[in-house]
Design a protein around this ligand. Structure first.
Ligand SMILES: [Mg+2]
Length: 317
């Protein structure tokens, strides 16, 4: 983590008295903080939007819109809800402080200002925010690593199955349609053996990208393993799913990938099924789509084979 450096932080100071802005500004400046100012609530809200400060020092008593209202407005806006707000209060206003914390302030500083105290409080809350932001970044990064297939950038098996499980439960609960596609690149080993693994990797990446662009936004798609992909299509019955699968199949057959001057031919076989109320878990439907894939391979590849839940009640459950 980077060490704390005041010049990386912008502090918005809001006060209806210019002299207060000057005093606080000078204190912050002495430590190296970047500062921006507002003399009323409206101005403060627009500074928040345009300047995106890291912390707000907010005067409690101001004409028209007081500090409470500004604070509430900032807190109700999600984008700015995590910015620390410190109230600036005259000592006779202390009885209002509980109210200030209620509305989302993290701290308060009383006037007249004591520079070391002001700087200490500002630093504490900026450090907290900084740590929180870094932690959030790290968590997001870890989450991405844990759910993404590193080669293709699409969902990995674990997160794909989790999404599929969720879609399955949702479809059951609301009695909605859900289809499953199992996709497998034809003769992938041959591509690897002929052109090398780097080209094989390129082929997988190009195929994944092409499938993503064919699917709709709400569809779940990921790498099931090796050269095998899996897709869940919510709100889609078997016939519509077969259409989607055929569109994917033709898109892949038309992809052009070159190894030197040689064009790498790529095709894909797809097994399709839809979930039924008899499916106890999503795995049952996945196995059925896999059976469709098996038939597609045996009937010559570059094919889509659909298996309806009623066809397969006995053979694939
Ligand atoms: Mg005031």
């Amino acid at each position: 983590m980077e060490p704390f450096n005041p010049s990386n932080f912008l502090v918005l100071v809001v006060d209806d008295l210019n002299i207060n802005l000057q005093i606080v500004g000078a204190i912050l400046d002495s430590e190296g903080y970047a500062t921006t100012f507002a003399t009323n609530g409206q101005q403060a809200l627009s500074r928040m939007k345009n300047a995106q400060p890291d912390l707000v020092l907010l005067d409690l008593m101001m004409p028209e819109m007081d500090g409470f209202q500004v604070c509430e407005n900032l807190r109700s806006n999600h984008d700015r809800s995590e910015i620390p707000i410190i109230f600036l209060t005259a000592s006779q206003e202390q009885k209002h402080l509980l109210q200030a914390f209620d509305r989302g302030a993290v701290d308060y500083i009383t006037k007249p200002f004591n520079p070391p105290e002001l700087l200490a409080r500002v630093k504490t809350h900026l450090e907290l925010k900084h740590t929180r932001d870094e932690l959030k970044k790290a968590v997001a990064e870890l989450e991405k690593l844990a759910t993404t297939d590193s080669l293709t950038g699409i969902a990995n098996r674990r997160s794909l199955l989790l999404m599929g499980e969720n879609e399955f439960l949702r479809a059951r609960r609301y009695n909605r349609q859900l289809s499953v596609l199992m996709l497998d690149v034809d003769r992938f080993k041959q591509i690897n053996d002929t052109y090398g693994h780097a080209v094989g990797d390129e082929a997988l990446t190009a195929i994944a990208k092409a499938i993503v662009s064919t699917l709709r936004k709400g569809d779940c798609f990921g790498r099931f393993g090796g050269e095998e992909f899996l897709a869940f299509l919510p709100e889609t019955g078997l016939d519509a799913a077969v259409e989607v699968a055929n569109r994917i199949r033709t898109t892949i057959a038309e992809l052009s990938l070159f190894s030197g001057k040689k064009q790498v031919q790529m095709t894909i076989s797809i097994g399709v099924t839809e979930c039924s109320e008899n499916d106890i878990k999503v795995d049952t439907a996945i196995q059925r789509s896999d059976a469709g894939l098996y038939h597609a391979k045996h009937r010559g590849r570059n094919l889509v084979v659909a298996i309806s839940p009623t066809d397969s009640k006995t053979s694939y459950l």
